[in-house]
Design a protein around this ligand. Structure first.
Ligand code: ADP
Ligand code: MG
Length: 228
């Protein structure tokens, strides 16, 4: 699902360099990405989803050469293949939970909002226990509920690849388990590949594999980390 080789990325004017010699993720794999704060975990998710573009190297996602795409091609690619749960949820404060879940259909003219899609949003909300909260605004929802709205929004388009950035970050243990169960169940049911960034070692059990970002740490002696 994801193939990375000799990838290099640097923010303009910053001395942080993300350098990955090799990394492959299979279809349907559930992978946890761990590593210290500031090591580039969010940057990697943004590269995979095409929000930012690498300066050098190969990046293939869902058999598409993301590294070679233009900005607008990467945007279309993201809309059609990727579901993203952002670290800070990024819910729209003035929209109700229902519209937040449907947001990809409200802002992308390439996606057609239909009665079926609306039904799908309700089904997703039912599965995560939000059925009676769909008319609430984000500030009327708990952190765990906002998190679940963000997950439903990431799932609504039926993406092949689900990327979640610290989705259990601010949750109590019971809600943590619940969120992970939802992510695992959805991905299993739909054969979706799941990449979860976390620094919570307590949740690593359920994943097929853990990728430790420590190995990508840039140093002047070893400019490229290597992994498989
Ligand atoms: P993590 O998610 O592992 O905490 P990030 O990927 O967010 O790390 O950040 C990696 C490094 O890149 C950090 O040093 C951070 O300060 C820097 N960084 C992140 N976003 C930007 C940006 N937009 N511009 C410049 N530097 C950034
Ligand atoms: Mg981060």
């Amino acid at each position: 699902m994801i193939d990375i080789a000799r990838l290099s990325f640097q923010y303009p004017g910053s001395d942080f360099v993300l350098s990955i010699a090799h990394l492959s993720l299979g279809i349907g794999e559930k992978v946890a990405v761990v590593g210290p704060s500031g090591s580039g975990k969010t940057t990697l998710l943004n590269l995979i989803s095409g929000i930012i573009a690498p300066q050098a190297g190969e990046l293939t996602v869902a058999q598409k050469n993301v590294a070679a795409m233009s900005d607008s091609q990467r945007r279309d690619f993201r809309i059609n293949h990727i579901g993203m749960v952002f670290q800070q949820f990024e819910l729209v404060e003035y929209l109700r939970a229902r519209e937040n879940i449907l947001l990809p259909y409200l802002i992308n003219s390439s996606l057609q909002l239909s009665r079926n899609v609306q039904q799908h949003a309700e089904n997703l909300a039912n599965r995560v226990g939000l059925e009676d909260k769909l008319n609430r605004y984000p500030n009327q929802l708990s952190q765990g509920e906002q998190q679940r709205v963000a997950i439903c929004r990431a799932l609504i388009t039926g993406p092949k690849l689900l990327l979640a950035d610290e989705p259990t970050g601010n949750l109590d243990p019971a809600n943590k388990r619940k969120i992970l169960e939802i992510l695992f169940n959805e991905c299993k049911a739909n054969q979706q590949t799941l990449v979860v960034v976390t620094h919570d070692m307590a949740i690593l059990d359920g994943f097929d594999r853990t990728i430790d970002f420590e190995q990508f740490r840039q140093s002047s002696h070893n400019p490229s980390g290597a992994t498989k």
